[in-house]
Design a protein around this ligand. Structure first.
Ligand code: FES
Length: 120
């Protein structure tokens, strides 16, 4: 089992390596989408660009390699952004959902998430 730490929500979720990140978020009833994605998303086929997450805490190899779809859809976005629907979990990671609308206390939330030992 691996652990995904969700910064915004302040929760750690256990999952199996190979799980799809979008499916995990939905299964755990966390909110992946902003308003645009709530009003309409592609259902996880990599076409709507509404399922952004950012990978935080320097856990670079904890997600599957970036896909060709993401390379196209994430042009001009920060390097640590991914499309959750295109992302498989490899090992424990620290994730921010909806990085396009960060919470006002993001700095504190990130510090708190990164300072706690992440279960492997
Ligand atoms: S859900 Fe549409 S791109 Fe991920």
């Amino acid at each position: 089992m691996t652990t995904i730490r969700f910064i915004r929500e302040g929760v750690d979720i256990k999952c199996k390596p190979g799980e799809n990140l979008r499916e995990l978020v939905i299964k755990e009833k966390l909110q992946l989408y902003g308003l645009k994605g709530l009003l309409g998303n592609c259902g996880g086929v990599g076409q709507c660009s509404t399922c952004f997450i950012s990978l935080e805490g320097g856990t670079k190899n904890s997600l599957s390699p970036i896909t060709a779809v993401e390379q196209e859809k994430l042009k001009n976005r920060p390097e640590n952004w991914r499309l959750a629907c295109q992302t498989l979990i490899s090992s424990s990671a620290i994730i921010l959902t909806k990085p396009q609308s960060p919470p006002p206390n993001l700095k504190e939330l990130k510090e708190s998430a990164e300072n706690k030992k992440l279960p492997r």
